[in-house]
Structure formats: structure tokens, C-alpha cells
Design a protein around this ligand. Structure first.
Ligand SMILES: [Zn+2]
Length: 159
């Protein structure tokens, strides 16, 4: 919990610093949040909205999504993020290492989140974030769906 609070505090300070220093036409920053954390709905999205920032939330049902609603959003909360004007992206059903999955399983993982979005009144995602930095896969999700952006998140992305 301390790590989550520290991360949120760091994020809030960074956001406020960005808000104070960036002029609209000077620089562009892409804000993305993955893993369907509850704090995205309760803290991050309202703060972003208040300061006029847009962002993409990459949704997965991995980790404790189905059982721990204290730490993970509900689909109703994810829909609220969409209704607030934020983009909802695909982060796969189970947040599994895609390097180890056969093509059929990759398709199933992506299609599941697409279907959940549509079932909850959210447009089918047009961007995708690889779970767990596993972007070097034998099979490219690009051949499954014409995603606009494939996203590799985190500091391990360049290693
Ligand atoms: Zn993730």
C-alpha cells in the first residue's frame, strides 16, 4: 500500500509540475495507465480531468481484477473513464507473458477485452499495450487487429 501511495503522490506532483510548465503547443506528453487499478478511477482520472489532461487507461482482467474490487476497477468504473473522455486501451484478458503464448491464445486474450468493452458500452480499443514488457513476441497482435498504436510500457521497454 505504501508503494501505491508513493506512486500516486509522485504522479500527482509530476502532473502538477507539467500543468504549470507546459504550454499547449510546446510539447506533447502521452499519459498512460495500465492494469485496471482502482486508484485510476478514484484518484487519477478526476485529477487529470480537473487539470485538463487526456490519457489512455489500458485494461486487463489479470491480477486480482475479478476478486479484489478494493484494488481493481469494476467495468462500470472503466465505462465512467470512457464517459469522462479518456481512451480505453487493450492490455489483454489475463496480463500473461505473450512471448510464451501460442497465436490462438493471443487472439483470445485480445478479443476478450475488446468484447468486454463493447458489452459495457465502450468502443472497441484502437490501441494496445503489451503486458509485462513482453513486446518481442513470435506472433504480432498487429495481425489480429489493426491497432493504431502498440505500446510498450515501463522502464524495461528499452532493455
Ligand atoms: Zn500491465
Amino acid at each position: 500500500m505504501k508503494t501505491i501511495i508513493r506512486t500516486i503522490s509522485t504522479f500527482a506532483c509530476t502532473l502538477l509540475a507539467l500543468s504549470a510548465t507546459l504550454k499547449a503547443e510546446e510539447k506533447r506528453v502521452v499519459l498512460t495507465f495500465d492494469d485496471s487499478c482502482k486508484s485510476h478511477a478514484t484518484f487519477v482520472a478526476p485529477l487529470l480531468k480537473k487539470n485538463g489532461f487526456s490519457a489512455t487507461f489500458y485494461i486487463t482482467e489479470g491480477f486480482g481484477f475479478k476478486k479484489n474490487k478494493d484494488l481493481y476497477m469494476t467495468w462500470e468504473e472503466i465505462k465512467q473513464l470512457h464517459d469522462m473522455g479518456f481512451e480505453i486501451g487493450n492490455h489483454t484478458k489475463g496480463h500473461m507473458n505473450m512471448r510464451k503464448l501460442p497465436e490462438e491464445k493471443v487472439i483470445t486474450e485480445i478479443d476478450y477485452i475488446d468484447a468486454q468493452c463493447v458489452n459495457h458500452g465502450i468502443p472497441k480499443p484502437v490501441t494496445f499495450a503489451y503486458p509485462g514488457y513482453a513486446y518481442s513476441t513470435p506472433f504480432s497482435p498487429c495481425s489480429v487487429r489493426p491497432f493504431r498504436v502498440f505500446h510498450v510500457l515501463g522502464e524495461k521497454a528499452n532493455s
